[in-house]
Design a protein around this ligand. Structure first.
Ligand code: T4K
Length: 403
């Protein structure tokens, strides 16, 4: 088999450790973790930190933050990108700004897949202006447009869809539904930085599109996020990000969604190396796609059609696998077997509303969400991984599921 990672280009920051000590781990083991942060060169970052400190201007739309917004708009191929503290705040600001509440006393219904991270819907449960209407996903983790259509009522105001693992939703179908029923379409694009389909960038697919720049993401500012979308909405969100203030006048309500200069400096340096990191991740992905079937691991369902979809520039943010019901171990037992070999895979997403008591819903009403939350595992994938790291994961899975 050709070595998919034998790219002559060196993997960035390859001098850093490929293993991670997890602070909460009492044993202090060195783990091969589900991801590893893309980090800037320390000397270059120190130079930037010195410049920032010397300038006395450390936050509130400083020079680095402005530069990063321009660079992000360029990279994402959009007119404007608003830099935000993190994706959770960016989602909440977007919901408050863009989802209409037509009648007092009646919450706006928002259709949202139940297979996601709680950040996607937490606000809908804490703010009485909204009511979440959960819908199911397909077997490929994407929200099911037929389920969305069936959930639309006269009180529906918005669809919030998630490009889970960077697999783009059926955006054509969702756009048609939103247009036909006059609904706001918001994408949680936390996992989808840099993804394109047939040349169309992910940041233009919804009225608003929210990215996460958390350390665990393909591209990061340590903590951070961004919003792209309709210019008029972005202009209003620009004020909302600064408490609703503009030129020392308050014209709307808002929050503090700003990003400081040091994180913006990290973001600028990371943007220079993100393409290389994505190429390194793509090599890991290809390695798994070749090696797992070759090892006879047919108790794992893989997603080659999504990861190699023609016309799609994927970002390889995650490598999800599903443990088939016939397998001799459950997903959680596979997770434990991997841990035994110092591999920290993760259950993204678990819990979901189908596996938590918090939501008071019938789990069997969302059967595909329930199944995915109980059988899906995300294997380690990051830019520092070597072919030997991938083979270590494959061997560990073979011992658990095959030998
Ligand atoms: N929408 C969706 C669909 C999302 O998945 C998320 C977040 C959001 C919205 C909200 O985005 P943000 O508000 O965070 O911008 C992580 C992340 O904290 C979270 O951002 C992410 N999704 C979620 C899926 O995963 P944990 O609790 O799994 O992270 P943690 O700390 O266990 O880290 C995972 C692994 O990453 C570690 O085992 C090792 C590695 N790691 C992590 C950190 C923080 C490092 O090597 N270094 C580090 O500094 O939540």
């Amino acid at each position: 088999m050709p070595d998919p990672m034998s790219d002559p280009e060196p993997v960035e920051d390859s001098t850093r450790s490929r293993r991670t000590r997890v602070p909460q781990d009492p044993d202090g083991r060195d783990w091969l973790t589900v991801t590893s942060p893309l980090l800037p060169d320390a000397d270059r970052l120190c130079d930037d930190v010195r410049t920032i400190l010397d300038s006395n201007w450390v936050t509130n739309q400083g020079t680095y933050a402005r530069k990063l917004e321009e660079a992000l708009a360029d990279y994402l191929d959009v007119d404007r990108a608003l830099l935000i503290t993190n994706a959770t705040i960016a989602l909440e600001m977007s919901f408050l700004e863009a989802i209409r509440v037509p009648k007092a006393q009646e919450p706006a219904e928002v259709i949202v897949p139940a297979y996601s991270f709680p950040a996607t819907w937490n606000l809908f449960f804490e703010n009485p202006r909204f009511k979440a209407v959960f819908v199911d996903i397909g077997d490929d983790f994407r929200v099911d447009p037929a389920a969305v259509e069936a959930a639309i009522t006269e009180r529906t105001q918005a669809i919030v869809a998630v490009h889970t693992y960077g697999f783009l939703c059926d955006h054509a179908a969702l756009a048609t539904l939103a247009h036909t029923h006059d609904l706001t379409l918001i994408y949680d694009a936390a996992h989808a930085f840099g993804v394109r389909e047939n040349g169309v960038p992910v940041g233009v697919l919804g009225d608003l599109n929210i990215f996460s720049f958390h350390a665990t993401k393909v591209y990061n500012t340590l903590e951070g996020g961004a919003i792209t979308g309709e210019p008029a909405l972005l202009e209003r969100l620009f004020r909302r990000r600064n408490f609703g203030l503009s030129k020392e006048e308050q014209s709307c309500f808002g929050t503090n969604g700003k990003v400081d200069e040091i994180r913006a400096a990290v973001g600028l340096l990371n943007l220079e190396q993100v393409d290389q990191a994505i190429r390194a991740r793509a090599r890991v992905s290809e390695h798994y796609l070749e090696a797992l079937p070759a090892a006879g691991l047919d108790m794992l369902r893989l997603f080659p059609d999504d990861l190699r979809k023609p016309g799609v520039r994927h970002n390889h943010s995650y490598f999800p696998v599903r443990v088939r019901p016939e397998a001799r171990l459950s997903r959680d037992e596979v997770l434990d077997a991997l841990k035994h070999d110092d591999i920290l895979a993760r259950r993204y997403f678990y819990p979901t509303p189908t596996t938590s008591n918090l939501y008071n819903i019938d789990p069997d009403s969302l059967p595909r969400t329930k199944a995915a939350s109980l059988d899906t595992l995300c294997l380690p994938i990051h830019h520092r991984m070597t072919p030997a790291d991938c083979d270590h994961v494959v061997s560990s899975l073979c011992r658990a599921l095959r030998d």
